[in-house]
Design a protein around this ligand. Structure first.
Ligand code: AMP
Ligand code: MG
Length: 471
């Protein structure tokens, strides 16, 4: 029998934080994938239960679950939306994992809630598989992220532009507390709930923190580190709204996300991001903007608001420095340099300029740098040769530059055209590419020559120009 050792702290918060309700059953639940390694980490047993699909479709409630839709607000593309909340998700509850960490288990696509607005509360197969593959790939890359525990076909159609197969994803997060969770109570001037949320967040994620300023600093640190990890693998989130920005510093909400192929800092994938607000290189500015919204929400928790505003402003401005340091650290490691100097920033920047001008594939260029394949990524052979000579000279005195490089420059990433191919196949009933991608992407830093086809960038024919939100 499926056993999940629930301990539901969010459900013990006051009523105003959520709406409790069961999931809306689906017609014919059918398991697509179950993440056994993650289940073990969460202390889940009995995954051979014949009713497994029923539980992860929301048709049956596992013992100890206390399903609820969480309340939050958020800035979407810069516009404040005073109420969002889980419109198609339900927190089943939390477990304490084998490392002693509290983790949320959430169904996504489980039906309507009071926060659904005009939405149907459902998800279709495409975004469910995309989130499964990409979030697990991010984890394997070593980047903080929510995880995927299960994916289930619902047997019901979901209507978007056309009828599509429905699915439910089970997501695991170190929590689902968002900048938008703070924003909603601050905007409503509900100081009591704001204080309760602050205490809860500190207790859950930052137990050593004693003041709002300190919490802000810690979240800024984690987010600065996270965003520079994204940049270092060419990840573009696509919807960095404040409701998709966690207090834990984990990546959340894989809607229209994608990995960049040819290096171009202004790359945008999301079809709804018309002005490039969330372009690849813009992500560093956006995170500071999002942290400023968190800061604004924290001000009412401090007696002397003038002093708080001054202190918080200093913290937000300090993010620039911290982002630059993380960038230099991550990108110099990509060149085999363990401790970057001021001059190394120039070396990195010059390579990126060459890559941009030559439309060099971001992932493959860095991976191939130690080999003779590197030059093949550049039409400007002279320009690359002269950069290469400077770089070789620079790493002469590094201890093990190539070992460092292969531990930070992935060979394989979830390329967007492969994700699209996987979704098309799965809609037709063939999940083999989905399973293959999961297996190969579990070891992104290993050479897997038999899977070299997954390293190839899209051709003009297979390229995906835009990705769409999973709504
Ligand atoms: P997202 O873009 O997925 O971060 O979602 C933004 C907001 O829209 C959240 O409040 C979601 O719960 C809600 N939402 C997205 N898709 C749906 C849907 N199909 N039905 C109901 N609510 C949705
Ligand atoms: Mg969201």
């Amino acid at each position: 029998m499926l056993t999940i050792p629930f301990d539901n702290s969010y459900a013990r918060l006051p009523d105003g934080f959520y709406h409790k309700q069961p999931a809306d059953p689906v017609k014919a639940p059918e398991m697509i994938a179950f993440n056994h390694d993650l289940a073990t980490e969460l202390g889940i047993t009995g995954a051979d239960d014949p009713d497994l699909a029923l539980y992860f479709a929301g048709n049956a409630i596992p013992a100890g679950a206390d399903p609820l839709a969480q309340l939050y607000a958020g800035h979407q593309f810069g516009q404040y939306n005073p109420q969002l909340g889980d419109g198609r998700a339900l927190l089943l509850g939390e477990v304490i994992d084998t490392q002693g960490q509290r983790r949320d288990i959430q169904l996504k696509g489980s039906g309507q809630t009071p926060f659904s607005r005009r939405g149907d509360g459902r998800a279709w197969l495409g975004p469910v598989l995309r989130e499964y593959v990409v979030s697990e790939a991010m984890h394997a890359l070593g980047i903080p992220t929510t995880r995927a525990l299960a994916a289930v076909r619902s047997g019901d159609p979901v209507y978007r532009d056309t009828a599509l197969p429905g699915a439910v994803l089970t997501r695991v997060a170190s929590s689902h507390i968002r900048v938008g969770t703070f924003q909603i109570f601050a905007a409503r001037q509900d100081w009591q709930s704001l204080q309760t949320l602050f205490d809860y967040t500190v207790d859950r994620h930052y137990p050593h923190v004693t003041s709002p300023a300190r919490l802000l600093q810690e979240v800024c640190n984690r987010q600065a580190s996270l965003i520079m990890q994204w940049l270092s693998v060419g990840f573009i989130h696509g919807v960095m709204n404040t409701d998709n920005c966690t207090l834990s510093g984990e990546t959340i909400d894989y809607g229209p996300c994608a990995f960049m192929e040819a290096y171009q800092p202004d790359t945008v994938f999301s079809s709804i991001d018309r002005h490039g607000r969330y372009a690849y290189a813009a992500q560093a500015d956006v995170i500071s903007w999002n942290m400023a919204q968190l800061a604004t929400s924290l001000v009412p928790l401090v007696q002397d608001s003038d002093a708080a505003i001054k202190e918080f402003t200093t913290i937000i401005h300090g993010m620039q420095d911290s982002l630059r340091q993380h960038w230099a650290q991550r990108f110099s490691a990509k060149l085999g340099i363990a401790s970057p100097t001021e001059d190394d920033k120039q070396l990195i920047g010059d390579l990126l300029i060459l890559m941009d001008a030559n439309q060099a594939d971001f992932t493959n260029t860095f991976r191939d740098l130690p080999t003779e394949h590197a030059a093949l990524h550049f039409k400007d052979t002279e320009g690359f040769a002269s950069w290469h000579a400077r770089w070789q000279k620079r790493i002469e005195n590094e201890d093990a530059p190539y070992a460092l490089m292969s531990s930070v420059n992935p060979a394989v990433i979830p390329r967007n055209h492969r994700i699209e191919e996987m979704i098309t196949a799965a809609v037709a009933g063939d999940d083999s590419l989905f399973h293959r991608l999961n297996a190969v992407l579990a070891s992104p830093y290993a050479d897997q020559p038999e899977h070299n086809d997954l390293r190839a960038p899209a051709t003009p024919e297979t390229a995906v120009k835009a990705t769409f939100c999973g709504t």
